[in-house]
Design a protein around this ligand. Structure first.
Ligand SMILES: [Cu+2]
Length: 149
């Protein structure tokens, strides 16, 4: 009886039904793409240090400092498919990357990633971080973006 009824459904109608069902399935499984912001405040650090996003999302680095800062991908540990990133962000400017693959994207600032003469850990600062007498954080300027499916 069931086989008999299926024969009465025309092939184009069946294809349209399958197409509608598959589009509805895609719409439910993929969350809407969003843009997340990592900012550089008036200090040598990225805020927040770590964020988690979904595939298809965009991360926007905004430099609110008076100094220029880099976003450099740490390719030795980078599995997000975004290799070779090496971008200087001038004060007041921004830089955005869209991530289309799951993985991790560790990054750092070329100028401030090392504990050099200007970024020495001296004592715990008033905000809980390690700062020098000029208010700069002695911890290396780095961060990580985790991209999940
Ligand atoms: Cu920097």
């Amino acid at each position: 009886m069931l086989a008999l009824r299926i024969r009465w459904i025309s092939a184009p109608a069946l294809l349209i039904c399958l197409l509608v069902l598959s589009i509805a399935g895609l719409a439910q499984s993929a969350p809407p793409a969003v843009t997340r912001t990592i900012q550089v405040p008036g200090e040598d650090r990225f805020v927040p240090f770590a964020i988690t996003i979904h595939v298809g999302d965009t991360v926007r680095w905004v430099n609110n400092d008076t100094d220029a800062h880099y976003v450099v991908s740490d390719d030795a540990f980078n599995t997000s498919g975004r290799r070779g990133v090496n971008t200087l962000i001038q004060p007041g400017k921004a830089f955005a990357l869209k991530f289309s693959k799951a993985g991790v994207f560790p990054f750092y600032c070329r100028f401030h990633a090392a504990l050099d003469a200007h970024n020495q850990p001296i004592a715990p600062g008033p905000f809980g971080g390690i700062q020098d007498s000029n208010g700069n954080f002695g911890t290396p300027m780095s961060g990580v973006v985790t991209v999940v499916p």
